[in-house]
Ligand binder design. Structure first.
Ligand code: I22
Ligand code: ZN
Length: 197
């Protein structure tokens, strides 16, 4: 396929995934519910944790940064962390306990009841995300999945945001929309007197 056709095909497929998302009222409601869950947790002094592998690790960092720094409003930072950033922790846990424990160990150590854990996985099958969700549930931490149409993760979490695609890049491109929408609603609801920058 030549480059221009590649671009056209990619754009058609990513738009098609977003259109399917927009047409899925139940999914939109779950996204609103996820934002409400985060608002409630943050108002109670809890935090939002994110984790994922590869591109989803980058999404985790991106979204935690939106909470702690800012999204649209100049406002106080909101407590959030990506469990994907500290190479000493990641290598120690990976080396000593195994890659599958990468995030569950951090949830156990740094999470508290009432927090929110957002697990991001396009396959829905990454063992380190599944174990982190199980750990979070054991501790009374709310769980949100950013996933696709497959895997075990969609059946495990309190709220499942499943991008309507089975193809990793289109799922990832929808996940960052989920995350931006989540941040935008949280910011608007927590800081009603603030103005967009
Ligand atoms: O970004 C990409 C592909 O677009 C990759 O880095 C991808 O995130 C990695 O293969 C991940 O390990 C996939 O894990 P998961 O989304 O299935 O949990
Ligand atoms: Zn990617």
């Amino acid at each position: 396929m030549d480059s221009l056709n590649y671009i056209r095909e990619h754009m058609h497929k990513t738009i098609e995934t977003k259109q399917k998302m927009l047409a899925d009222e139940a999914l939109l409601q779950r996204l609103a519910d996820a934002a409400a869950l985060c608002v409630k947790a943050l108002q109670n002094g809890n935090k939002v944790m994110f984790a994922g592998n590869g591109g989803s690790a980058a999404d985790s960092q991106h979204l935690a940064a939106e909470f702690v720094s800012r999204f649209n409003y100049d406002r106080p930072g909101l407590p959030s962390m990506a469990l994907t950033t500290d190479t000493s922790m990641l290598t120690a846990i990976g080396n000593d306990y195994g890659f599958e424990k990468l995030f569950s160990r951090q949830v156990q150590a740094n999470g508290v009841k009432g927090d929110v854990f957002v697990g991001i996985s396009t396959s829905g099958n990454s063992a380190n995300i599944i174990k982190a969700v199980e750990q979070a549930k054991d501790m009374g931490i709310h769980t949100i999945a950013f996933c696709g149409t497959g895997g075990k993760l969609p059946t495990l979490c309190d709220i499942t945001l499943n991008a309507p695609s089975d193809c990793t890049p289109y799922i990832q491109e929808t996940h960052i929309s989920f995350g931006h929408i989540l941040c935008g609603i949280v910011e608007e609801q927590m800081f009603p007197g603030y103005k967009p920058r």
